[in-house]
Design a protein around this ligand. Structure first.
Ligand SMILES: Cc1cc2nc3c(=O)[nH]c(=O)nc-3n(C[C@H](O)[C@H](O)[C@H](O)COP(=O)(O)OP(=O)(O)OC[C@H]3O[C@@H](n4cnc5c(N)ncnc54)[C@H](O)[C@@H]3O)c2cc1C
Ligand SMILES: CC(C)=CCC/C(C)=C/CC/C(C)=C/CSC[C@H](N)C(=O)O
Length: 503
């Protein structure tokens, strides 16, 4: 089992039988301009703006002449945003977005196209902690896991897996739609095109408490009271075959930024105003004035199209909007959930987990927690972003790097309970992903104004690297089609049936 895998071993084997993956062609884009734009806007992570003129895209219909597109990307922090690594000792470790699903085709495509590779796999083993003891510890033996699960949960696990697969199966449609240049004007329409997702019902309470809840806690730091799609994404984040980018996931961001030839402007965007100016022909045209605090102080620049690629929520971007009617809020309703990632290079106190196993036998790498454990969401042994030759995971009798996810920063006392000793500690406080618990809110819009777009609205469906990539590609296509008044490529119904014969 690979280090990023969370579901028990027997499940990995079953998947080959139950899962039918839809077949897709390569993700070769039909729209070079939109594609390179989508790449730069997602993953540079910041706020991307399209300046003055759009490039033509021959495959999208007859185009008058090829004119250049200039893209500026503003970044107030570091490129990669929530993809971040921290150095401990000689190695770097992921402290933000760390795992990628095998069906996340945009991420896969980026890595291939940039000539990067997935990190080497390292074996892992999962356990579940209820605050007192380990209620489940994965065995190395497929048959043992299988029988344990069958005994305790009946066929719940298989049904759950089939439900996740049915959601993923519909989710995969988006790649085909985007390949054919289709776009969607709202998160609701994008989700509708991927098939409505209902919360899976009928699982036993003990199964939800023991397995589903721990997975949503490690992945979204929250309970199971979340919408169906994000629930399925969270469970997908516990499947087999999860991977990471060799050298660190954030390399994809800087790689795509470089590749897109856009200009990176270090600076914090403070406000965006809509300005109307007379054009050469006499007709009024509007521009967006972007004000920012750059390295040389306050400055501004004018753009035709602006894409905001950072969450418009308290504590995350703080951009004000002026001159818009109706007004655009700086912050949309709803908050982002705090997850603290604490990395400790130390000796784990295995008795804190209620186990009597000697540390030299303790090979568990991922400890998930049930809702009864309030102070921590997970404890995981981390592997460096690059696996050096000869690297082998060790038992708990050796010092190694552990990552603890918790809703609040850990106290000295909590660290002392969890570790017998440590050399170094690093703490990263994230406003990590939306707080998905009810009341369910209206999703923020993709289109904030005529040519002003908002990428991170998609996180209210689910937050993951791939979701930002999908949203970026969608907005690049949408911006292009709206600019060229190609309404037949926007919000088309029943694409699934219409495109069925195309591949
Ligand atoms: C702890 C943690 C673990 C996660 N694990 C996973 C995982 O395993 N797999 C997965 O797929 N996803 C994971 N995620 C989610 C994933 O990291 C995010 O969904 C994704 O990285 C979002 O990317 P983004 O570019 O849309 O936003 P961000 O990464 O937030 O990028 C926004 C950027 O905008 C910049 N910015 C903000 N305001 C301004 C401004 N006013 N002016 C200029 N720049 C500004 C910020 O500095 C930032 O760089 C995790 C997230 C966290 C926090
Ligand atoms: C978008 C689709 C279809 C799949 C993505 C599945 C996926 C990678 C989900 C993970 C999402 C997430 C926010 C994980 C956070 S924690 C990651 C890991 N458990 C860790 O310990 O770092």
């Amino acid at each position: 089992m690979s280090r990023n895998t969370r579901l028990p071993v027997f499940f990995r084997k079953l998947e080959n039988v139950i899962v039918q993956l839809p077949m897709f062609g390569s993700l070769k884009t039909h729209n070079a301009a939109a594609h390179s734009f989508s790449e730069s806007s997602v993953v540079s992570g910041a706020v991307a703006f399209w300046r003055r003129s759009l490039a033509s895209a021959p495959e999208l219909g007859p185009q008058p002449k090829k004119i250049g597109v200039k893209i500026d990307v503003f970044e107030s922090g570091s490129v990669g945003g929530r993809l971040e690594t921290v150095k401990m000792g000689d190695y770097e470790y992921e402290v933000g977005g760390s795992i990628i699903h095998p069906l996340n085709l945009h991420m896969k495509h980026f890595v291939d196209r940039l000539g990067m590779s997935p990190r080497k796999d390292v074996a892992s083993k999962m356990a579940i902690f209820n605050g007192k003891e380990l209620i489940f510890e994965e065995s190395d033996w497929f048959i043992v896991n299988f029988l344990r699960f069958l005994w305790r949960y009946g066929f719940n696990l298989i049904r759950m897996r089939m439900w996740v697969e049915s959601v993923l199966d519909k989710f995969m449609r988006i790649y085909q739609y985007q390949q054919y240049g289709y776009s969607f004007s709202s998160v609701e329409k994008l989700m509708h095109a991927m098939g409505e997702t209902m919360i899976a019902e009928g699982f036993s309470q003990v199964f939800i408490n023991d397995l589903v809840e721990p997975i949503t806690r490690v992945n979204y730091g929250q309970s199971v009271r979340i919408n169906g799609f994000v629930g399925a994404v969270s469970l997908a984040g516990a499947e087999s075959g999860l991977w990471a980018v060799d050298g660190g996931n954030k390399r994809v961001c800087s790689g795509l930024l470089y590749h897109s030839k856009s200009e990176l402007i270090p600076g914090k965007v403070t406000s965006i105003a809509v300005k109307v100016r007379p054009s050469k022909t006499g007709a009024a045209s509007s521009f967006y004035e972007v004000n920012y605090a750059g390295e040389q102080g306050a400055a501004h620049a004018l753009y035709d199209i602006v894409i905001i690629a950072a969450p418009l929520h308290s504590g995350l971007s703080d951009i004000s909007f002026s001159g818009f009617s109706p007004p655009i809020p700086s912050h949309y309703p709803g908050r982002y959930h705090q997850t603290v990632a604490t990395l400790v290079h130390g000796l784990l106190n295995v008795s804190f987990l209620g186990t009597v196993e000697p540390p030299s036998d303790f090979r568990v790498s991922d400890v998930l927690t049930t809702d009864t454990e309030r102070s921590i969401n997970s404890v995981s042994a981390l592997d460096p972003v690059h696996i050096p030759p000869g690297y082998k995971p060790t038992t708990a009798s050796h010092k190694k790097v552990w990552k603890i996810f918790s809703p609040e920063p850990l106290t000295e006392q909590q660290l002392k309970n969890m570790f017998l000793s440590w050399d170094s500690v690093s703490e990263t406080r994230w406003l990590a992903y939306p707080a998905y618990s009810p009341p369910r809110r209206k999703t923020p819009p993709f289109i904030l104004h005529n040519r002003l777009y908002y990428l991170n609205a998609v996180e209210w469906a689910a937050s993951a690297m791939e979701m930002s990539a999908i949203s970026a590609r969608n907005l690049a296509l949408l911006a292009h089609h709206r600019w060229h008044e190609q309404s037949e490529k926007i919000d088309q119904e029943d694409l699934h049936t219409r495109l069925r014969g195309e591949l």
